[in-house]
Design a binder for this molecule. Structure first.
Ligand code: SF4
Length: 56
């Protein structure tokens, strides 16, 4: 399964900048990961300062 961004997202954008496949975009109130594009590398989860990205 792909990674998902929880409501703990503070929209800093660090994950989107780090994602090697550009799977993350700005959503309504939080960033969102396109599960069809995500390569499940975990880079975004490591970059998030708020631990808002988890494995689905
Ligand atoms: Fe991008 Fe990797 Fe995060 Fe998937 S797990 S959204 S490929 S940084």
């Amino acid at each position: 399964m792909a990674y998902v961004i929880t409501d703990d997202c503070v929209m800093c954008g660090a994950c989107a900048d780090a994602c090697p496949v550009e799977a993350i975009s700005e959503g309504d109130g939080k960033y969102v990961i396109d599960a069809d594009v995500c390569a499940e590398c975990g880079t975004c989860a490591a970059e998030c300062p708020n631990e808002a990205i988890v494995e689905a």
